[in-house]
Design a protein around this ligand. Structure first.
Ligand SMILES: NC(=O)c1ccc[n+]([C@@H]2O[C@H](COP(=O)([O-])OP(=O)(O)OC[C@H]3O[C@@H](n4cnc5c(N)ncnc54)[C@H](O)[C@@H]3O)[C@@H](O)[C@H]2O)c1
Length: 268
């Protein structure tokens, strides 16, 4: 239920850092929108000058918090972001919504993946969560909430998702180990496994529009999900309502992950 129906803002007084906004279709934008509606103060990071204006515009609409450059594959960039973020104050939530895989590795055979393609995918899509947490851990309040975006391809075969799925498997494992590391401070680390949503990144996956067509035909809720659906779950995970939940992978996919077989009347 939305806060304006209940009068309850779940994130009042909390500060969150949102990574991974590239444009208004980014999942991170849906998360930021919902967190802002729930009273959180937001700071943003962006990667690359080409998206800076767009991220600044969105940040201005969502509370006017700081907008900082950060390339997670570059330690100097991470350190500079930490310095620039310090005046914002200690974080209560950290959203990792970052992935990158070469387009040629998002179709065809996994055995064709190059060493460079593998290394880059795992560095930016998986190791980056370790790097971000290590960069910001002293700037997080005890009891804070860290969340990362994953996908079903981490544990199941999704044709063409390929190396991205392998990177998500690593990411989900990293979530569990970081949850253990940070648990003694009451800091929780979880993944949201989102259903398919059309974004700049997902459009790179071979046959992506076909995936969007299949989900509403077979998922228990018979529909696709939106970035705002993910945002509502992110609000819950950042809030005290989820205080005992950590090291978990939470599906926001209209139930698609639970299907063991397509319905008999499914026509492909
Ligand atoms: N769209 C989907 O169907 C879907 C489903 C499940 C999970 N996800 C995950 O959600 C997250 C967000 O993806 P999205 O679909 O919103 O696409 P998006 O393209 O809008 O977001 C991806 C973000 O990653 C950032 N990024 C890439 N390389 C970076 C680097 N070196 N340093 C810092 N940032 C970098 C990009 O700038 C961009 O903002 C990703 O982890 C993605 O795998 C997406």
């Amino acid at each position: 239920m939305r806060w304006y129906l209940t009068g309850v803002k779940l994130l009042e007084g909390k500060r969150a850092l949102i990574t991974g906004v590239a444009n208004r279709w980014s999942i991170a934008t849906g998360i930021a929108r919902r967190m802002h509606e729930h009273g959180a103060q937001l700071a943003f990071t962006y990667q690359g000058e080409r998206v800076r204006d767009e991220v600044e515009k969105l940040a201005a609409e969502l509370g006017g918090g700081p907008v900082l450059a950060c390339d997670v594959s570059d330690d100097a960039s991470l350190a500079a972001m930490r310095e620039a973020l310090a005046p914002f104050g200690k974080l209560d939530a950290l959203v990792h919504s970052i992935a990158f895989v070469n387009k040629e590795d998002l179709a065809g055979r996994v055995y064709d993946t190059s060493r460079n393609g593998f290394t880059m995918a795992l560095d930016i899509s998986s190791y980056s969560l370790i790097a971000l947490v290590n960069t910001l851990r002293e700037g997080m309040n005890d009891g804070a909430s860290v969340m990362a975006l994953s996908y079903l391809g981490a544990t199941q075969i999704v044709p063409n998702y390929n190396i991205a799925g392998i990177a998500k498997a690593a990411l989900e494992s990293i979530v569990r180990y970081l949850a253990y590391d940070l648990g003694e401070r009451g800091i929780r680390v979880n993944a949201i496994s989102a259903g398919p949503i059309k974004t700049a990144s997902s459009r790179q996956v071979g046959g992506f529009s076909r995936i969007l067509d299949v989900v509403p035909k077979v998922a228990p809720l018979r529909r696709n999900i939106t970035a705002d659906d993910v945002g509502d779950t992110a609000v819950y995970l950042a809030s005290d309502l989820s205080r005992s939940i950590t090291a978990d992978v939470h599906f926001v996919d209209a139930g698609y992950h639970a299907m063991g077989m397509y319905p008999p009347d499914f026509v492909s």
